[in-house]
Design a protein around this ligand. Structure first.
Ligand code: NAP
Ligand code: ZN
Ligand code: ZN
Length: 355
């Protein structure tokens, strides 16, 4: 039997999020039904609703930073039981057979449809779109459900499921270690997690920001230096200094001023932008010091659990502003204006009621 649910979705790229009623699928043997308590508001939710990536299926119900309580389990569920506090991130399925899936890198699934996003699918085999965490209930294959360390404050855990793992994964992949100089570009949802995680890994973190008023926050979050990217003299002084850089800028921009800041053989991983840069890349800058420009997408399920455990051990959560789901459209506008410190989290459990 399907389960009646409610959630907030957009009908078009230009419409506001509004409450709709819909059905969650009947539990399959490996499925877990979750009562959602909190869901983070990622800048990707804004991009997806606005059809910035030209692949949005409407209605679009975002939300891929989900924390909730297990309400029911299918007969083949082995790891989880009713009452467990769990998380769901950006993926709810993948092909399970390709080389990437076999390597626990489901985010790079090479199956015919790639991974199935927690929202915006792609279409499931039954032809329906997936709906995310701006809703009261979700049904997910247990293989895509994460367990949450018991010592962490739940609203601050939600953003770990995307912002956390999206920054953790490249820091690990490019082997950031103690004593290295790491720059985080853009201090927003992803950026502030990048600072906390890189600092916890022992790196010496510099924040490069367009918002001088974030300086004190950057230091509190674990950075040792902060520079306004409009300060050209400071940017010049920083040339050839970083062992690794992580860019979280969400909009088209010129990447070239950042490339120069890399040491020889160092990597700039761009996680913020999934569309072209505003200017062509100056490959001379890349070639002369054998620098590397890279991208990275979220993290696999195994790595997401590793990140959650790391955060449990280091007592790391996201800095959040917990809001009523009725204010989600306002939150989208604020996110576009950079007015969030540092992640909005929807208080679904206490504020999502049928209208
Ligand atoms: P966010 O909270 O809005 O933070 C982005 C930060 O970038 C802002 O706080 C701002 O920091 C800086 N910024 C914004 N516009 C800028 C501009 N035009 N030029 C320079 N800096 C600018 O967004 P988020 O949730 O962290 O997401 C960031 C991006 O990552 C989004 O595009 C999202 O879609 C993408 N994303 C990618 C992945 C992945 O797997 N690769 C996963 C999740 C999200 P300052 O004020 O410090 O300058
Ligand atoms: Zn996200
Ligand atoms: Zn696969």
């Amino acid at each position: 039997m399907t389960t009646s649910a409610i959630g907030y979705s957009t009908k078009h790229s230009y419409s506001a999020l509004q409450q709709i009623a819909f059905e969650r699928r009947a539990l399959e043997p490996r499925d877990v039904q979750i009562d959602i308590l909190y869901c983070g508001v990622c800048h990707s939710d804004v991009h997806q609703c606005a059809n910035d990536w030209k692949n949005t299926m409407y209605p679009c119900m975002p939300g891929h930073e989900i924390v909730g309580r297990v309400a029911a389990v299918g007969p083949a569920v082995s790891r989880l039981k009713i009452g467990d506090m769990v998380g769901v991130g950006c993926m709810v399925d993948s092909c399970h057979a390709c080389a990437a899936c076999r390597d626990n890198l489901e985010q790079y699934c090479e199956g015919p449809k790639g991974f199935t996003g927690t929202y915006n699918g792609p279409f499931k085999p039954d032809g329906t779109n997936t709906f995310g965490g701006y809703s009261n209930i979700i049904v997910v294959d247990e293989r895509f459900v994460l367990t949450i360390p018991t010592n962490l404050h739940l609203p601050g855990v939600a953003p770990l499921l995307c912002a956390g793992v999206t920054t953790y994964s490249p820091l690990k992949h490019w082997k950031v270690t103690s004593g290295q100089r790491v720059a985080v570009v853009g201090l927003g949802g992803l950026g502030h997690m990048g600072v906390k995680l890189a600092a916890a890994m022992g790196a010496s973190v510099t924040v490069l920001s367009t918002s001088p008023d974030k300086r004190d926050d950057a230091m509190r979050l674990g950075a040792v230096e902060f520079f306004d990217t409009a300060d050209h003299k400071a940017m010049q002084r920083l040339e050839l200094t970083f062992d690794f850089m992580l860019s979280t800028i969400p909009d088209a921009h010129d990447i070239n001023p950042y490339i120069k800041l890399l040491k020889r053989d160092a990597t700039l991983a761009v996680v913020g932008l999934l569309t072209p840069f505003a200017n062509p890349t100056e490959n001379g800058q890349v070639a002369f010091h054998r620098r590397c420009i890279a991208g990275s997408l979220i993290g696999g399920i195994k790595e997401t659990q590793e990140l959650l455990n790391f955060c449990g051990e280091h007592n790391i959560i996201s800095d959040v502003e917990v809001i009523d789901i009725k204010d989600v459209n306002d939150a989208f506008k604020k996110l576009q204006k950079g007015q969030v410190r540092y992640r909005f989290v929807l208080d679904i459990g206490n504020t999502l009621r049928p209208t």
